[in-house]
Design a protein around this ligand. Structure first.
Ligand code: G3H
Ligand code: 13P
Ligand code: ZN
Length: 316
């Protein structure tokens, strides 16, 4: 069942974070729904601009509709990840999305405010909610690359002003994470002091953490043992998910880790079966492995086991 992102956030705030997982194809959708069901967790499906272009924007919508029929127990929202203004309007018009993200964080502050205000007006008119971004994560988002040293943490006072001026429904904050598989040099903790300050200034307001993949060392080791070259890959400490949730982070974005599961399964399969050329055997393994991964993440996010209570609070 598709619900609004606002309904998920209301149930989660201060208690747990909803996992927001990117999908690009049917195998990812199958693994995601299976894992969510196994762990009895609500979730958010994210579609990026790149994912919409990968096959055709209608393809993923059809896949998600089908998955919702195959797994009628699942409760989830559909979200545009890192949208520009034009893509936001397209998704709002499609009638399929629960929420959109307008990412104008690379623009000067006043521009970010103006663009976000326009998207909020269009989205709210159709009952969708809007995630905006303030501060800059490192790494690559869609076609925008933020060079090392140019990432900036979110300023809490600015965040309060931004939310008031734009009327956005949730805010992606830069607290030291970055997109992709190379997040830190050595161990690095998240900037919880930024979250604490924002929560103090705008209590109850849902925050979003991007770049939250943990890049498991064991996964990287297996990929490299099967021909990969992902040296120095390192991610977020999974033990920081729940403390972030308690400080108002209601949505935690995980994409890279799913790609690592795919890469490990396929590299190992074709290494061990050099004469094979059928994509279905590794595809089937991937679906099961991705389901296991999703269930394990939902446990760490605290969203596992929340489905029954959420259903009751929604009156469904
Ligand atoms: O933040 C970016 C997400 O990981 C989506 O990646 O734009 O390559 O689909 P993508
Ligand atoms: P990762 O690259 O850490 O998975 O982050 C994904 C993300 O933030 C999607 O918006
Ligand atoms: Zn992101």
């Amino acid at each position: 069942m598709i619900v609004t992102t606002a309904q998920l956030f209301k149930h989660a705030y201060g208690k747990y974070a909803v996992g927001a997982y990117n999908i690009n194809n049917a195998e990812q959708a199958m693994g995601l729904f299976k894992g969510a069901l196994q762990s009895q967790a609500p979730f958010i499906i994210q579609i990026s601009k790149g994912a919409r272009k990968y096959t055709d924007k209608r393809m993923l919508e059809a896949v998600i509709r089908a998955a919702s029929e195959i797994f009628p127990e699942c409760i989830f929202a559909v979200h545009l990840d890192h949208g520009d203004e034009e893509t936001c309007y397209d998704c709002i018009k499609s009638g399929f999305f629960s929420s959109v993200m307008i990412d104008a964080s690379h623009e000067p502050y006043e521009q970010n405010v103006a663009i976000t205000q326009r998207v909020v007006a269009a989205a709210h008119a159709k009952g969708l909610s809007v995630e905006a971004e303030l501060g800059m994560l490192g790494g690559v988002e869609e076609d925008i690359k933020v060079e090392d040293g140019h990432a900036t943490l979110t300023n809490p006072v600015e965040a309060q002003d931004f939310v008031k001026k734009t009327g956005c429904d949730s805010l992606a904050c830069a607290i030291g994470t970055s997109h992709g598989a190379y997040k830190f040099k050595g161990h690095q903790s998240l900037h919880f002091e930024v979250l604490r300050e924002i929560q103090k200034l705008i209590p109850g307001f849902p925050l979003v953490m991007h770049g939250s993949s943990s890049v498991p060392a064991d996964e990287v080791k297996r990929i490299n043992a099967a021909g990969g070259q992902l040296d120095d890959a390192v991610g977020v400490d999974v033990n920081e998910y729940l403390p972030a949730a308690k400080l108002g982070v209601t949505k935690i974005n995980i994409d890279t880790d799913g790609r690592l599961v795919w890469t490990r399964v396929h590299r190992e399969y074709f290494r061990d079966h050099p004469k094979d050329f059928d994509f279905r055997p590794p595809g089937k393994i991937f679906i099961e492995e991705y389901a296991k991964f999703i269930a394990s993440r939902n446990v760490l996010l605290g969203s596992a086991g929340q489905l029954a209570d959420l259903r009751q609070s929604l009156g469904k």
